[in-house]
Design a binder for this molecule. Structure first.
Ligand code: ATP
Length: 451
């Protein structure tokens, strides 16, 4: 395999020297440019695997070079060298198409990590790379889902923070996982964190870790989720639920690329890509003073909107087929099919809970009938209610014959599903209706396998 080749663009001889030596130790060749004009010339003459450019150059701005590369050499990863603490320039560079940034003075480990990640981006995927498992594919062939798939592939080649929005159950976590699996971090962990599910007083220690004795119960040193993600992707779901003091600490961790465990005097360097998501409108949360504007600006460098299922009804048949296949595999029973009438019925349903609602609905349908073909009456959609007569005995008699724990689970499951249906799958409203906290509802959903 030929030696990887890096273009370094900076007018400071010390930086050119430092990058050249670091690359040489990694077996990477370098070409140097001190101006934009020299950089453009080298780009025309040679092929590179990575470009590293300073922001301020004698004949212009490095962002112009980032834009040109993004347009004319879309397969060439480009990273920006930025002045210490200048996150604004880093964000601007990533919005222009840079895949990452390094702040000056350059930390050698950060530089090595970045070069390593960039070279994986330009290398063809290795045979050991995780192929996309069918259970981790974004099913659907509608225009919005095809566009989403294309954007995910693009975002995978980038290290910029991504903010995923979309209604509950539209596949935000799945999209985050795919960005991770298709990118250079795929061999490192993908760590999903539900910010709404961690008790506020444990959040700092969960995210950043703690030192032994730093609080009652801290019986030994513990690494936090940031450290556990080292090299990989941290998915901060429901980020709007982060308490304000934690938002300040998260902002600091993103800016410094390091965290300080609770009770520790020293910072630990972390190389983590942040993808966050919320079904809430963060603009509104910022206006209400619930979410810090500066953090919003840092995490929302690139936005990905997951389309609602009702906006792409043509995806319902392939999704249903995929889900019925998963149910059959998990239960070891023959695969079920939807009748044409059932598919029509689904196409007319607004799906406030999106794909997760479709999953639950098909699980319920397969649990309550033995027929291989599922008809509209098996779906228990609002127009079918009250539940079809043949389902009622299951509820009344069979539940009675089950062990007490299972009976209670079944009753709880039904009450929760009804509250979710009634509130259009808004978990906060459903929790209120059920008289429990949102956190407790999330716990129950996960316990019952509904999350
Ligand atoms: N296009 C799709 N193809 C296949 N499966 C999908 C698709 N979209 C969503 N799913 C599945 O639907 C379920 C819900 O998706 P996911 O958890 O990613 O949604 P979410 O938007 O993160 O939900 P929430 O806002 O409630 O956290 C998951 O099991 C996911 O795999």
């Amino acid at each position: 395999m030929s030696k990887a080749h890096l273009l370094i663009v900076d007018d400071e001889p010390d930086i050119l020297e430092l990058v050249t030596i670091t690359c040489a130790r990694m077996g990477v060749g370098t070409q140097r440019a001190q101006t934009l004009a020299e950089a453009y010339h080298h780009l025309e003459q040679e092929t590179f695997d990575l470009c590293l450019t300073d922001m301020r150059l004698p004949d212009g701005n490095g962002i112009d070079l980032v834009r040109l590369i993004a347009k004319q050499y879309p397969n060439l990863p480009v990273a920006m060298l930025t002045a210490y603490g200048s996150m604004d320039s880093a964000v601007a560079a990533m919005k222009a198409g840079a895949f990452d940034f390094v702040s000056k003075p350059v930390d050698l480990q950060v530089l090595r990590n970045l070069i390593g990640a960039a070279l994986k981006l330009s290398a063809p995927p290795s045979s050991s790379a995780t192929p996309e498992q069918p259970s981790q594919a974004l099913i659907g062939d509608s225009l919005p889902i095809r566009e989403t798939r294309a954007l995910i592939a693009k975002l995978a080649r980038n290290q910029a923070p991504v903010f995923i929005t979309g209604e509950s159950g539209t596949g935000k976590e799945l999209a985050a996982r795919l960005i991770h699996l298709q990118g250079p971090r795929r061999e490192h962990p993908f760590v999903p964190v539900n910010c709404g599910a961690i008790p506020a007083d444990l959040m700092e220690s969960e995210l950043f870790g703690h030192r032994k004795g730093s609080f009652t119960g801290a019986v030994c040193d513990k690494a936090g989720l940031f450290q556990a993600t080292q090299g990989g992707t941290l998915f901060l779901d429901e980020i709007a639920d982060l308490p304000l003091p934690m938002q300040v600490k998260l902002l600091r961790a993103i800016q410094q690329k390091s965290v300080r465990p609770v009770g520790s005097e020293t910072e630990v360097e972390v190389d983590v890509r942040i993808i966050s998501a919320s079904h809430r409108n963060l603009d509104d949360e910022v206006e209400r003073g619930n979410f810090r504007r500066d953090l919003y600006y840092r995490i929302d460098v690139i936005e990905l909107l997951m389309p609602a299922l009702r906006s792409r009804p043509e995806d319902i048949p392939p999704l249903a087929d995929h889900i019925l296949g998963q149910i059959a595999e998990a239960s070891g029973t023959p695969k079920r099919y939807l009748s044409d009438a059932a598919l029509c019925r689904l196409a007319a349903h607004p799906f406030p809970g999106n794909v997760r609602e479709l999953q639950n609905l098909l699980e319920r349908a397969t649990a309550l009938t033995d027929d291989v073909e599922l008809g509209p009456e098996d779906l228990y959609l609002p127009a079918n209610r009250p539940l079809p007569a043949r389902a009622k005995p299951v509820q009344a008699e069979e539940i009675d014959r089950q062990p007490l724990g299972d009976q209670l689970d079944e009753i709880e499951r039904r009450a929760i599903l009804e509250a979710l249906d009634a509130t259009h799958w808004n978990r906060t409203a459903a929790a209120k209706q059920l008289g429990m906290t949102t956190r407790s509802l999330r716990y129950r959903l996960s316990k019952l396998g509904l999350s």
